[in-house]
Ligand binder design. Structure first.
Ligand code: NAP
Length: 277
């Protein structure tokens, strides 16, 4: 917890106008009656290091980091958590009272917390997971699935070498599957995760064949705009459990808010509605 009378936090990206984080953190600040603020900070690459070393002197207790700085901040931070190192990117910075910068990655935590809340009976150890995509978000998802005890992960990405790199980084539980064969392994999985941007507003349509999906499989989509993606709608119609991606965005913010503002916030319907309204 900070000893600042009016702690400031924010989100740094470039551009930053699209971020839902200011609305989320301000909602929690208001709900819990906490003095403080959370602001969007558009910062280009050239200015990032200087800004990060200046903010602690201006009353900032930390910031979230988003595209395109999630990897760069790792080399600016004074200390990086093991999970951020494994993922290779940071989304949360905490500023010590001495100005030191601690970098963490809470995306994997948010991913699992969302599944536990949305599908309380989900047991990751029951069978393999299929993960579609091998970008930045996939690294956090894979690392957290392994921590949660998933025995095997079928990983499929349009650009296969990127999936091979993840296998090298995360180990033998991962089996890389050709993108055109992704539909074939779905029937062997008890969990299916879309970490690609397919199905997102403005992106290409999700076209991976889903005929093999078994009823009861847990299906989750990191895409949250739209909230009910074609993947989730199809899975639901086939008798699967589905969890949307908005909850991951909300849950990943919990540890940072608690650290910066001294109160663990709840992720509930009121929180979801505040962000969606
Ligand atoms: P990224 O690093 O740019 O990765 C994008 C992924 O999508 C790659 O695997 C890419 O495959 C794949 N892809 C893009 N267009 C494709 C296409 N036409 N056909 C097949 N695959 C395609 O992005 P990211 O940061 O991982 O984010 C991925 C998605 O997750 C985004 O929609 C983002 O908004 C969402 N996300 C949500 C949360 C949340 O809290 N819910 C958190 C993080 C991210 P290639 O490698 O072949 O290009």
């Amino acid at each position: 917890m900070t000893d600042h009378a009016f702690p400031l936090a924010g989100v740094i990206g470039y551009p930053i106008g699209h971020s839902k984080s200011p609305r989320l953190h301000r909602y929690w600040l208001g709900r819990y009656g906490i003095a403080g603020d959370y602001v969007p900070l558009p910062v280009s690459d050239d200015n990032l290091r200087h800004v990060l070393h200046t903010l602690p002197r201006m009353g900032f207790v930390g910031v979230n980091i988003t595209i395109p700085h999630k990897v760069t901040v790792m080399s600016i931070a004074d200390q990086v958590t093991d999970r951020a190192t494994l993922i290779g990117a940071a989304n949360t910075l905490i500023f010590g009272s001495d100005g030191r910068i601690y970098a963490d990655n809470t995306d994997g935590y948010g991913f699992i917390a969302n599944l536990k809340q949305g599908a309380p009976d989900w047991d990751p150890s029951l069978g393999p997971a299929t993960v579609l995509g091998a970008g930045g978000a996939a690294r956090a998802v894979i690392s957290s699935l392994i921590d949660a005890g998933v025995p095997h992960i079928f990983l499929s990405n349009r650009t296969r070498p990127k999936a091979e790199t993840l296998k090298q980084d995360f180990g033998s539980r991962i089996e890389v599957v050709d993108w055109v064969k992704a539909g074939n392994v779905i029937e062997d999985s008890t969990t299916l995760v879309n970490t690609t941007s397919l199905g997102m507003q403005g992106a290409a349509e999700f076209r991976v064949p889903l005929d093999g999906l078994r009823p009861g499989t847990l299906v989750t989509d990191l895409v949250y705009a739209p909230l009910r993606t074609k993947l989730l709608e199809t899975a639901e119609a086939m008798g699967c459990q589905t969890v949307d991606g908005l909850g991951m965005l909300l849950h990943q913010a919990v540890p940072a808010f608690e650290r910066w503002f001294g109160r663990r916030p709840e992720v509930d319907d009121a929180t979801r509605n505040a962000i969606l309204s």
